[in-house]
Design a protein around this ligand. Structure first.
Ligand SMILES: CC(C)(COP(=O)(O)OP(=O)(O)OC[C@H]1O[C@@H](n2cnc3c(N)ncnc32)[C@H](O)[C@@H]1OP(=O)(O)O)[C@@H](O)C(=O)NCCC(=O)NCCS
Length: 164
């Protein structure tokens, strides 16, 4: 298994994660955004069948308001707007491939890539908007915490993943 940048070679139309909006993003937008540098989408593939997308995730750089940071982590930061972070905007596994720990592997890779950005440029952590309670439970398993006032917005502090 390998995680690589999404390119023309991957069969985007054959991918179905069961969530229309995520399928559409992968088919219509993800590669354009890669080309334009708006975000980066990476796909999980099997080297034996490298065109088939087993799952994907998308990362983008963002700025967060100090109010977006959970209260337990606020104190160490200056009270200013526009603090740097990374947002995991999408994560999905093909419906045919669920339960094989591919979601965990993709999340691990997203965190690993965020750690590299943290080391090189500095940031607060990784944010994600869980699309429902099940997705929220999935992220909480891996140390994400709810942000104040927006329980579906989750945060993985940089100190948590740099320790891993
Ligand atoms: C969420 C998702 C990525 C999980 O992928 P997966 O490959 O099936 O999950 P894994 O096999 O890696 O599961 C790892 C662990 O998470 C748990 N898990 C998986 N999906 C879960 C869900 N929807 N809710 C809660 N826990 C979940 C598994 O039970 C497993 O737990 P365990 O360590 O106790 O055995 C997948 O269900 C998916 O693509 N869902 C649709 C899109 C989505 O909801 N994306 C989240 C972005 S908001």
């Amino acid at each position: 298994m390998q995680v690589v940048l999404l390119t023309h070679d991957h069969d985007r139309t054959g991918f179905d994660c069961g969530v229309l909006e995520l399928n559409r993003f992968l088919k219509a937008t993800a590669r354009q955004h890669n080309d334009k540098g708006i975000s980066r989408t990476f796909v999980l593939i099997d080297e034996q069948n490298p065109k088939v997308i087993l799952g994907f995730f998308t990362l983008t750089i963002c700025e967060v308001d100090i109010k977006a940071v959970p209260v337990a982590y606020v104190k160490k930061y200056p009270p200013q707007h526009g603090l740097p972070a990374v947002r995991l905007t999408r994560l999905a596994v093909s419906v045919k491939e669920r339960g094989k720990r591919y979601g965990e592997a993709l999340l691990g890779e997203a965190v690993h890539r965020t750690a590299t950005i943290a080391e090189q440029a500095g940031l607060l952590g990784l944010f994600v908007d869980a699309k429902d309670d099940a997705a929220k439970r999935f992220y909480e398993k891996y140390g994400f915490v709810s942000t104040d006032g927006r329980p579906q917005r989750l945060f993985l502090p940089v100190e948590t993943f740099l320790q891993l």
